[in-house]
Write a protein that binds this ligand. Sequence first.
Ligand code: AMP
Ligand code: GLY
Length: 418
Amino acid sequence: MGSGAREHALVWKCVQSELVERVYCAPGNGGTGGMARNIPIGAADVVRIVDFAKRERLGLIVLGPEAAVDAGVGDALRHAGFNVFGPDRGAGRIESSKSFAKALMKRAGIPTADFEVFTQPAPAKAWARERGGRVAVKADGLARGKGVIVCADIEQSDGAIEAMLVQERFGRSGKKIVVEERLEGPELSLLAVTDGADVIPLAPARDYKRAHEGNKGANTGGMGAYSPPKGVDDALVKEVVDCVMRPAVQELAGSGDEFRGVLYAGLMLTEQGVRALEFNARFGDPEAQVVLPRLESDFVAMALAAAKGGLAAHPDLRWSPRACVGVVVASGHYPDDVAMTLGHRIGGLTEMPPGALIFHAGTRYEPGIGLVTDGGRVVTSVALGETVAQARDVALAGARQVRFEGAFFRSDIAQEAE
Ligand code: AMP
Ligand code: GLY
């Protein structure tokens, strides 16, 4: 379920499985339609997806976006007896409520930034002022990756708090906020598959959240990613599994919210050690686009095992030693004013350099015209390579081929690893 490049990558991986006869994508995009059957059901349309699952007797449903988790698609499908890879709404609060996630981290002893939860501007501003305004201000609810304002001084923290609690610029999502100490360091995305008891880490990745080169500009859903990231070894992955992932999964299970699916930890590698910034209850986008191509094991077998609660007996995952780089090509004003850049014809996709994979996101087929833009992030250009540098060259060459009005991408994705 879903319609981004993450879901295109998931569909691409699912059709490779020997267990699979047919794949549907709800609602899908211009890319998933070429390898699966797109069905016009929104990813959060609980009633229609349950009907469809019954009619087609689906063997497995994979939840792509947080909107599906938060709508309770997992609950409804599981209740009807289906295998679902993706958590129920209750467990999904680890993403959909930052205050829930922070409280859980505190209870489970997971290392994270000091924080406080506020609904009133005056005490929030005072808390930020005590830290010289060097805080991150976060809307409690879902905000499509854009609900965090990282502040450098009191003017900025006052402004961020006002924007959320007074001007209500994040709507209901920002009526409650988390204010936390600002941390410094490189970031790491670690995703793990879990059935609520066992935890199997996927290959680590690094996401580029800012819109423009040199990590400038607004926070976005992610402008590119690569795997494995520089400076991240097996020992660090193990530390994150032991100190962050397992405690989170156990804490959820202990309070009756068993988590089945992918748990995503957004981490910062500070001088004082690893800190968890946030959790997501699903694959990352664009992390999925660079992690799944490196996975040599059958994704569907693993997802079924997690959905059924049998991960303990699942064989170890096999990973390609090759590196993977993904570069998002976005339209004009992304992450702002996306509506202004919809419906432009997309060219160049048939002239990709050898080795470049294109995962579609905001694309759709317009009868009589062809492929047109249909969202802020339009495609992710992905390549595997013997080294990060090789993968990066091909992914960038692919991104340059993609042509539509206002197209832009970051040419510094994964550059740090060269
Ligand atoms: P989140 O949605 O919580 O991952 O936040 C989005 C982005 O904001 C993260 O990837 C970081 O780049 C940044 N961020 C979040 N929390 C902090 C923090 N405590 N200190 C510094 N940057 C942060
Ligand atoms: N790439 C960040 C996310 O998927 O939330």
